[in-house]
Design a protein around this ligand. Sequence first.
Ligand code: PMP
Length: 381
Amino acid sequence: MIPNYSKLPGTATTIFTVMSQLAAEHNAINLSQGFPDYECDPKLIEFVARAMKDGHNQYAPMTGIPALRELVAAKVSHLYDAKYDPATEVTITAGGTQAIFTALSAYISAGDEVIIFEPAYDSYAPTIKMLGGLVKPYEMAPPDYDIDWEMVKKLFTANTKMIILNSPHNPTGTILREKDIQALIKLTKDSDIIILSDEVYEHLVYDGETHRSVALYPELRERAFIVASFGKLLHTTGWKVGYCLAPDYLMKEFRKVHQFNVFSVNTPMQVGIANYLEDASTYSGLSGYFEEKRDLFRSLMAETKFKLLPCNGSYFQCVTYEDISDEADITIARRLIAEYGVASIPVSAFYIRNTDHHVLRFCFAKKQDTLKKAVERLMKI
Ligand code: PMP
């Protein structure tokens, strides 16, 4: 008999892989998975190549190379006026997902409850479940995906161990406002609930808004893991390098897991990134850069039958399609690939219960030409 010991029996291949595969089969324009279809700065490639040629090819320190940790600490100090000790409070990770996995692994045991805001990035729930934890979803809904904190309060129990935030938010493109942060501070005051703040899109905030990092608020920072990704910062999602920030008492536990999970992150990338980021102008214009893409995509999509939802951050634009059909979002997403050659992601995939508000997510981190061609096809609907 074949043993069936699956720890995640209800979990299938991620929707991103499914949609990207379908897109490839149909030769469709892929606006589903969140990655740029253009090259990163050639200077960055040179820095990484030089690091390899200079012999930075053996294990990095478990926590990350000092130069990169120091650079991250300086960046966070400059942006959010928060002091993180690069020796004990910054760890370089193999991307944001690994940082999330490691932070959860370090703290979540059987029976612990974790509050998440759905639609949610798809790694959170399976990771919590795999650790024996319980997912407590708060379901946000279009058009605004606003959070009613009185309802969130109802999810808190004696077993609540962690709460996961994500701003700017994937998939909805919303951002946390001051009222949200203040509500969270009030809710978690005098508790020992840990905050896991997924801020991988921290530099992608539009319309003159600012990113409210948890690092800005001492009451939250003192109990928080903050996760970031160089993939989003440098247009290099395939390199899978990111970092995690936390006060030393949390980071100590994080590193206990990290050392047996990846041990250390690849060295030449770290050296190359550290040298490249010495010049802060390499990323300071990122919001303007993506805002232009967002504006282009929105203006093009406004000519189609899809209805645009607000987008204040991230590189995702969500749309509804009530003037087109009342099909399930997964059905229309598949049909858009097969019949029109454009791939998107059905947002129901980001809810544990697959709640279907008839919303599709498009990624606009693409060349102008790609966006134009995709919308030309969508115009035919
Ligand atoms: N969190 C969110 C919300 C994301 O969208 C992503 C990437 N799609 C990640 C984390 C993971 O980042 P990385 O690619 O660095 O693992």
